[in-house]
Design a protein around this ligand. Structure first.
Ligand code: FES
Ligand code: FES
Length: 157
């Protein structure tokens, strides 16, 4: 089946099994390896993408769900000014250890920064509650997003 959608701001078209998981389409058909597979059940957040302006786990979507939709992956987020700000803050606070969870956190944090962005720790924790990190105590991750929110608010970024 032909599926047409906007991927990282570009119109794309692909002939694919409509039931193929979106996560696999992104990785195998488009070579976008930022979205990772963890649980495969929508629980860990490793495969999070922005799907029609909302963070969604791509392992529970099928190719057909992408038809006529807009999808931004971690690679696309990394090209956005707010994505670059987040990467800078993750880097400065040494929030990333093994890095497996990082693309998912980046996407969810980007959505928070874009849609709310208040530098309030509890709100940040709620926004990132769908993302699991097996390495850290989350403290540095939350701190880095808080820093990005503060910089955005103060107009530094
Ligand atoms: S692999 Fe998609 S949520 Fe865990
Ligand atoms: S840094 Fe390793 S899982 Fe988060």
């Amino acid at each position: 089946m032909k599926i047409n959608f906007i991927l990282n701001k570009e119109a794309v078209s692909i002939d694919v099994d409509p039931m193929k998981r979106l996560l696999d389409v992104l990785r195998e058909d488009f070579g976008l390896m930022g979205s990772k597979e963890g649980c495969g059940e929508g629980e860990c957040g490793l495969c999070t993408v922005i799907y029609d302006n909302k963070p969604v786990t791509s392992c529970i979507l099928n190719a057909i769900h992408a038809d006529n939709k807009e999808i931004l992956t971690a690679e696309g987020v990394a090209e956005e000014p707010l994505g670059k700000l987040l990467i800078e803050c993750f880097d400065e606070t040494n929030a990333v250890q093994c890095g497996i969870c990082f693309p998912g956190f980046l996407v969810s944090s980007y959505h928070y920064l874009l849609t709310d962005g208040e530098p309030v720790l509890e709100k940040i924790k709620t926004a990132l509650s769908g993302n699991i990190c097996r390495c850290t105590g989350y403290k540095k991750i939350f701190e880095s997003v808080l820093l990005a929110c503060q910089r955005k608010k103060s107009g530094e970024a």
